[in-house]
Design a protein around this ligand. Structure first.
Ligand code: MIG
Length: 679
């Protein structure tokens, strides 16, 4: 059951698709109190065993209890465990304990803080800074049905084209056709499967959106065609800011249509990002979304079928006003004696120029025709950009899917795009963080997601990349991405590239199966990755597991995330078959009983666990998702009771596939561990 409680005068967010009447009675479970400046706090005491699931993109464990989180979309390069905000705000939290279950969604586009047992271990205090919000209370009898109810409230998850489940190579720095061709060629030459290459800001002319460098990418349509002949797609990046430059068409048209966010005095707000001084489209306006979305069309017409939207928190390097303020603070200190506090202040004046609250308070959006200061709707900006692009794709390519993943997001954006997890580092702890973020993102509707495999910042090592890839085998977005000036991170750069290739080959053997699991989850409003407690709510040990996830209907993953570990500890809530992969053809099948196990996994090995009477399907390999044979399978699983596996297959591009037509029942005959089948 879902109930809505309205506080103050909420601004529209586009998060929900079902309109509910507001309840007249008081909100149960919570004590509501009004604080300074109209803020509103919801307090609740927590049971010793209470587990908190959700909040989507956030650091720390699967259980969110014990930390202070903030919904405030932030371009943060440093995902340490003290970070309270990342790029997206996903205000859905599930309170789970043996005798009680409910979820809350705060539909609030401004800042929200989540003190989840941080101040006091047995109390949660959730605060909306503005005090204007709709709060949805979801009461169901299982976590799985609560997740489904929330999805039905907020709408079906985005479905990318099937090729987006292939391996994607990306790097900040690919600056010419020649370079991209070479990257693709190295993969093909060594038979490392590959479906797409991302183009980062270096493909643009002076970092201006919707342009490409005339010398380095002379004919995007031809180049895209050439790559597609090799079954490889190009996926260019688009940033949020539009360079202020007369004669640059998007600026001129944006200016003519008055599309940019304004300062109080009515002039365009300007701040610097990669192209230099930029204006920021007011994505909260329908007409602006339409104008911006149309700018993608020449790229679509050049054969581009996928995009990633970046810098849309929006990230701001600095504004003229911010720089002026910093100088005035510095000037005020000139000539006097500078003590240590003032000296630190000097330093802070400049370090705090980027993404400053002062800048976010300097500009306005038009919401229903009225100016609203940006900080009150800050968390909607990335979602608005995504919506602009997705709507344009629907207009231009009706009935066809286009790949889109964004950095910043809000609930509701999950209907239009996937997200990637942002700028992680080549750290072992970030491999674990990536795993732990998946179920929260899925709970909030973001199914098409993954982290930068290998890590974005810092220099990766061979073993770390291999272990990252082993997680990536299972994440819908399987993309190797790294930052400019870091160690080159393409698989073929490493001495153990064959091991890495074999790992990617497992993804391709599993691709039709993983796609089937993804599609069923999306079409049935379910999660692809779940905390163990979702499948075993009555098992008190399952609730505590922080580094294993249920995958699809019948599987579980438990990647190795520690350096030099030659295996790991796992907890099995029931008997399962372990598939220990080395490659698509080389794996062990090990039946394991319910309980605790230490399993050995040397560097090139990784496990997938299958529940009894469930199966995993492997297809004959191929180096692109388009070249896989999804009619012949090896069926892995321990089947003690005859049944069927519902295999979902479709053309991979049509936007509204009919689930009834797309499902083939694959009979599961009694078997100890494997069989082959033709369908
Ligand atoms: O300020 O486009 O998260 O994936 O490579 C950095 C360059 C801008 C941040 C993205 C990252 C991308 C990078 N971008």
């Amino acid at each position: 059951m879902i109930r809505k409680y309205t506080f103050g005068t909420p601004l529209p967010t586009d998060a929900v698709v079902r309109q509910l009447p507001a309840e007249a009675g008081a909100l149960p479970y919570f004590t509501v109190s009004r604080g300074e400046g109209g803020s509103l706090s919801f307090s609740i005491s927590l049971h010793p065993e209470e587990v908190l699931f959700g909040l989507g993109q956030a650091v720390r464990g699967i259980n969110k209890r014990g930390h202070l989180f903030e919904s405030w979309n932030s371009d943060v390069f440093n995902h340490t465990e003290t970070q309270s905000s990342l790029y997206g705000s996903h205000n859905f939290l599930l309170f789970f304990r043996p005798d009680r279950l409910f979820g809350i969604f705060l539909d609030d586009p401004g800042r929200v803080t989540w003190d989840l047992g941080w101040t006091k271990h047995d109390e949660a205090v959730i605060t909306s800074l503005s005090g204007n919000l709709d709060l949805y209370l979801i009461e169901e009898d299982s976590p799985v049905s609560a997740a489904r109810a929330f999805r039905q409230l907020t709408g079906r998850s985005y479905i990318p084209p099937r090729w987006a489940f292939g391996y994607i190579q990306s790097r900040w720095g690919y600056a010419s056709e020649e370079e991209v061709r070479n990257v693709a060629g190295e993969h093909r030459k060594r038979h490392i499967p590959l479906d797409a290459v991302c183009l980062d800001i270096d493909y643009m002319e002076d970092f201006r959106n919707f342009t490409w460098k005339p010398d380095a990418f002379p004919d995007l349509a031809r180049f895209s065609r050439e790559m597609k002949e090799d079954h490889i797609r190009l996926v260019p990046i688009i940033d949020a800011g539009i360079k202020v430059e007369e004669g640059y068409a998007p600026y001129d048209s944006g200016k003519a249509l008055d599309c940019f966010c304004k300062k109080e005095d009515g002039s365009d707000f300007v701040a610097a990002v990669w192209p230099g001084r930029c204006c920021f489209p007011d994505f909260l306006r329908e007409d602006v979304r339409r104008w911006f979305g149309d700018l993608y069309i020449p790229l679509l017409d050049a054969g581009i079928e996928g995009f990633w939207n970046d810098m849309n928190e929006p990230a701001l390097f600095y504004s003229d006003e911010g720089v002026a303020d910093a100088f005035s603070r510095v000037e005020a200190l000139r000539g006097g004696s500078v003590g240590y506090e003032a000296a630190w202040g000097l330093k802070d004046s400049f370090e705090s120029l980027a993404n400053s609250l002062a800048d976010y308070r300097r500009f306005y959006h038009l919401v229903e025709g009225k100016p609203v200061r940006h900080d009150l709707v800050h968390n909607l900006y990335g979602a608005g950009m995504t919506r602009a692009a997705a709507d344009a794709f629907r207009r231009r390519c009706p009935g066809r899917r286009v790949l889109l993943f964004s950095r910043s997001s809000f609930i509701g954006a999950h209907r239009n795009a996937g997200i990637w997890q942002g700028d992680n580092f080549s750290w072992w702890s970030h491999l674990k963080m990536a795993l732990q973020m998946l179920p929260g993102l899925n709970l909030c509707g973001f199914l098409y997601t993954g982290c930068d495999l290998g890590g974005f910042g810092c220099n990766v090592t061979e073993d770390l990349l291999e272990r990252f890839l082993q997680l990536g085998v299972f994440t819908p977005l399987m993309r190797n991405h790294s930052a400019l000036h870091t160690r080159e991170q393409e698989i073929y750069r490493f001495s153990i590239w064959e091991t890495m290739r074999d790992t990617v080959s497992v993804r391709y053997a599993l691709l039709p199966f993983l796609y089937s699991e993804f599609m069923k989850a999306a079409l049935r409003d379910e999660m692809l990755f779940r905390p163990l407690a979702f499948d075993y709510p009555g098992d008190p040990r399952a609730a505590g597991v922080q580094d294993q996830l249920m995958l699809g209907e019948g599987c579980m993953i438990a990647p190795v995330y520690e350096q030099n570990a030659d295996g790991r500890y796992i907890y099995l809530p029931e008997d399962m078959l372990m598939i220990r992969f080395r490659s698509a053809e080389d794996y062990d099948l090990v039946p394991l009983s319910k309980g605790d196990h230490q399993i050995s996994l040397s560097l090139g090995e990784f496990p997938l666990f299958v529940k009894e009477n469930h199966a995993v399907l492997l297809c004959p390999g191929g180096e692109s998702s388009e070249l896989l044979d999804d009619t012949r399978f090896t069926v892995l699983g321990r089947i003690t009771r005859e049944g069927v596996y519902e295999l979902y297959r479709d053309d991979g591009v049509s936007a509204d596939p009919d689930p009834a037509v797309c499902i083939t029942p694959v009979p599961l005959a009694l078997q100890e561990s494997f069989s082959t089948i033709q369908i």
